[in-house]
Ligand binder design. Structure first.
Ligand code: ZN
Length: 276
């Protein structure tokens, strides 16, 4: 089965000792594309270093909601400066986290807005993390409000992205009507090992209605191990488990879903460095 990992933190220090082995395992499992997102200045710089080491991979630079309060103007200027780099194919990860609230919500909103602005200015999709606490949907509702307020789906975004997705909902989580809104906004949806957790059953509905040309799969390594992967550290080879789940939800063979995933990745995250 052809595989992609659209969200994999090989820039995390937990991969320092054995990244070559981890990447070798991913290749053996069929992984052909990996996107390495940053979450602050240092991790964005490390994402660039990872793709220098593995030129077939792609990087994203941006500020995670957890770090929203910790990145100052100088840090943001550094990240913005990297956004035009050909190694960078997306802006993020950014978004909203109303579950853990490691940064105050006003800081998260301001951070999301400037990351979205950078996505619009560069024509590179925003990678959106969005989590509410168990049973709640306040972060999803706020995210949709922010996307609409930023004009996503309107003329300026259409001019910048054409018919490509302007954003990726990373590690999909949220109610069914939110999934429908995400589809209607033309966003890409990326599914992770989170779909196997209790309380995330609605992800099956989202997986079934996602458009084939904006469907992605990811590990969020080193986090969110799916059942069957080591609990202590997830790694990109285990994306196969979630991809098989996606194939079942969509009534497709693994082989045909694999073709869909690679095509969707290349369309959503075009790169001049990656041979077509
Ligand atoms: Zn992440």
């Amino acid at each position: 089965m052809r595989l992609v990992d659209s969200h994999c933190h090989l820039n995390a220090d937990r991969f320092d000792g054995d990244v070559d082995l981890v990447v070798g395992g991913a290749r053996l499992a069929g992984v052909e594309r990996i996107l390495v997102p940053g979450w602050n200045v240092a991790s964005s710089e490390r994402a660039l270093a990872v793709v220098d080491r593995f030129p077939w991979m792609d990087a994203a630079v941006g500020v995670h909601p957890h770090d929203a309060a910790n990145v100052d103007e100088a840090g943001w200027a550094t990240i913005s400066g990297w956004a035009d780099d050909p190694r960078v194919v997306a802006i993020g990860e950014t978004g909203l986290d109303f579950d853990r609230v490691f940064s105050p919500i006003p800081d998260q909103l301001a951070n999301l807005r400037r990351n979205l602005r950078l996505a619009l200015d560069t024509g590179k999709p925003a990678i959106l993390h969005c989590r509410s606490s168990d049973g709640a949907r306040d972060a999803q509702d706020a995210l949709v409000g922010e996307l609409r307020a930023a004009g996503v789906g309107g003329p300026s975004w259409t001019a910048a992205f054409g018919d490509r997705p302007p954003a990726i909902i990373h590690s999909y989580s949220g109610p069914a009507d939110y999934a429908r809104i995400v589809v209607d906004l033309g966003l890409a949806m990326s599914f992770s090992g989170l779909v196997f957790r209790r309380g995330e059953e609605v992800a099956a509905t989202a997986a079934a209605i996602a458009a084939a040309d904006r469907l992605l799969v990811e590990t969020d390594s080193p986090f969110l191990s799916p059942p069957g992967a080591p609990r202590r550290r997830n790694s990109p080879e285990w994306v196969a488990i979630t991809a098989r789940w996606l194939a079942e939800r969509r009534g497709e063979t693994e082989a045909s879903l694999g073709e869909v995933l690679v095509a969707s990745y290349d369309r959503t995250l075009p790169s001049h460095r990656r041979p077509a």
